[in-house]
Design a binder for this molecule. Structure first.
Ligand code: ZN
Length: 190
């Protein structure tokens, strides 16, 4: 068991697209266990490999509450099969200490991946449950995308980032999210 150091926002490892895992070696298995230990030690809901400095397509999630038994889910080489609906979700990230923001997300997401033993599985998270947002958040990390790139109000987010001593949002990473904006406008009309 090892608790790894979490890379903070501003570290360039968080902006690099990650590489596929070619073989689930004992080294990869150890990394996954360390990622889980690190996530739990920091009371996180999810953690992606680049957050501990590993440029690999792996993330872990556990959305169980304190009253429930642990329920870790390991995703290796994940692919998003489908996504639909739109929602605004208030979230944070272990790489952004004490910073939270409203971000645009899909409500429903379907993902396929390999588990820690290399067995393929498909998982669907619906109706804006935490698992759906967590999958989108962690998947983004593998692409070098961060949750602030989805901020509903980038100006408010920048003020808050500055207050927490974190770098402002880099306009280079601005996400237009036309589809999500249109979906959200439709939701509001309802
Ligand atoms: Zn994160």
């Amino acid at each position: 068991m090892a608790i790894l150091q979490i890379k903070r926002y501003g570290n360039e490892v968080l902006r690099k697209p990650c590489k596929e895992v070619s073989k689930i070696s004992s080294k990869i298995q150890r990394l996954i266990q360390d990622m889980l230990d690190t996530m739990y030690a920091n009371n996180g809901v999810g953690l992606a490999a680049p957050q501990v400095g590993e440029n690999l397509r792996i993330f872990v999630i556990d959305v169980s509450t304190n009253k429930e038994p642990l329920n870790p889910i390991v995703f290796i080489n994940p692919k998003i099969i489908s996504k639909s609906g739109a929602a605004i979700h208030y979230e944070g990230c272990l790489s952004f200490p004490d910073f939270y923001s409203d971000v645009r997300r899909y409500k429903n997401v379907k993902v396929k991946a390999l588990d820690k033993k290399g067995k393929p599985f498909v998982l669907e998270a619906k109706d804006g449950e935490l698992l759906s947002f967590a999958i989108q958040h962690e998947f983004d990390h593998l692409e070098g995308i961060l949750f602030v790139d989805h901020a509903v109000n980038r100006f408010a987010a920048d003020i808050e980032l500055e207050a927490k001593g974190l770098p402002c949002i880099d306009p280079e990473y601005l996400l237009e999210e036309k589809e999500l904006c249109e979906e959200l406008a439709k939701e509001e009309e309802k």
